[in-house]
Design a protein around this ligand. Sequence first.
Ligand SMILES: CC(C)(COP(=O)(O)OP(=O)(O)OC[C@H]1O[C@@H](n2cnc3c(N)ncnc32)[C@H](O)[C@@H]1OP(=O)(O)O)[C@@H](O)C(=O)NCCC(=O)NCCS
Length: 176
Amino acid sequence: MAIPEPTTARLKLVNPDLSHVDPLAELFSDREVMKFIGIGKPWSRAQVEARIERGMGLNADGLPYFWTVTLADTGEVMGQAGVVPIHFDGAEIELGYRLGLKYWGHGYATEAAEGAMQCAFAGADTGGLGFERLVAVTYPDNHPSRRVLSKLGFREVGMSDKYYGVESLLHERLRG
Ligand SMILES: CC(C)(COP(=O)(O)OP(=O)(O)OC[C@H]1O[C@@H](n2cnc3c(N)ncnc32)[C@H](O)[C@@H]1OP(=O)(O)O)[C@@H](O)C(=O)NCCC(=O)NCCS
């Protein structure tokens, strides 16, 4: 299955390719951007490249990976947002997003995540991915991200140490 590429009023979410490595590596080398991602450290160019290659592999297998978020007007790369299959104690689909610092505070994360979520829940008959349930995990101190999820209708389930080996706050939303 070809992976769809959602668009929103201001953004185009595009499937990852190697031309995104350099701009994303620049955005994700920032300590402030990465402090609530994984173990909280900036990513090297090699780490970004490995993730993009993994995403391209998932897409080739008909599975989604975080889209590269671009500004529709200019095509500039702003970050990533999307849904990705995860497997900790069961198969789940995770919604995630991360934008370069200069793009914060303009509603872009909400817009990108909403476009990703709509595509994730839409049925294959309307060009969507047809998932029933999405999860998201945040550090409890990441109030902007918790706010984004709340605006998208996610429910805070509670703390869990199941994801990524760190105690984090689990959110979920069902299609509907
Ligand atoms: C989290 C992140 C994606 C938010 O991006 P953004 O484009 O600024 O988000 P939006 O503008 O769409 O929405 C942010 C919301 O949080 C609110 N907010 C910002 N700072 C806040 C704070 N300290 N406490 C509570 N709410 C806060 C904003 O007011 C806004 O809500 P509103 O629309 O009701 O006013 C961005 O900060 C980011 O990329 N952070 C680094 C990566 C990251 O943490 N990703 C999420 C991992 S779970």
